[in-house]
Design a binder for this molecule. Sequence first.
Ligand SMILES: C[S@@+](CC[C@H](N)C(=O)[O-])C[C@H]1O[C@@H](n2cnc3c(N)ncnc32)[C@H](O)[C@@H]1O
Length: 231
Amino acid sequence: MNVDQSEIAKFSALAHRWWDPNSEFKPLHAINPLRLNWIKSFISLEGKQALDVGCGGGILAESMAQSGASATGIDLSEKALKVAELHALEVGAKLNYRAISAEALAQENAGQYDVVTCMEMLEHVPDPASVVRACAALAKPGGTLFFSTLNRNPKSYLFAILGAEYLLRLLPKGTHEYAKFIKPSELIAFTREAQLDLLGMKGMSYNPLTQVYSLGSDMDVNYMIAVRKCT
Ligand SMILES: C[S@@+](CC[C@H](N)C(=O)[O-])C[C@H]1O[C@@H](n2cnc3c(N)ncnc32)[C@H](O)[C@@H]1O
């Protein structure tokens, strides 16, 4: 299976802190409204079948459900999924969670989803192209897909590893492995090979002075792409 069990163990060990906005997951809480709005700038979520791949504790999946989508979150961390389910119960959000890989779900539910998101996950798997292919298979023809990950260059090493893990301690040491970062050209090549057309790209930046995240044209560190499945 296309999974690194040490990555799953890392996220499982922290799962109980997923919804603490001041925990290791603070960056995901901070970027969620930005990425959700970016998604909505391409497609209304109302009444759509949405799938979040590598959903973890459900920050994005739950917000898509609250935006009117019929949402499903999948992940291979059972602990993170339990936390996601509990949180959804607490806030009265209606969505489904399943412990299954994108590749395995693609065998069952190919062509079922209007929207497929896969955020901050590709840099944690051995074969990111395989996840992109599975996401493409899961989308309906004409469906919209969103991927986010970390770029690979000296600046991203400085910001995402040295800065975030060692200096500012926003993330635990060892959260990210530089070699697994993905250049936009590589991610776009994976999507092209999966018959997905590029719709847009966006950078996500963190200003350590104001401690604010923002979207813009700077894709040097964290970035998202939107793509559409060919009809
Ligand atoms: C950094 S978290 C991102 C969570 C969520 N996508 C978000 O952005 O809020 C990465 C998630 O990917 C999951 N993951 C890692 N490898 C996976 C795999 N092969 N299949 C499914 N999920 C995986 C981890 O368990 C973890 O929940």
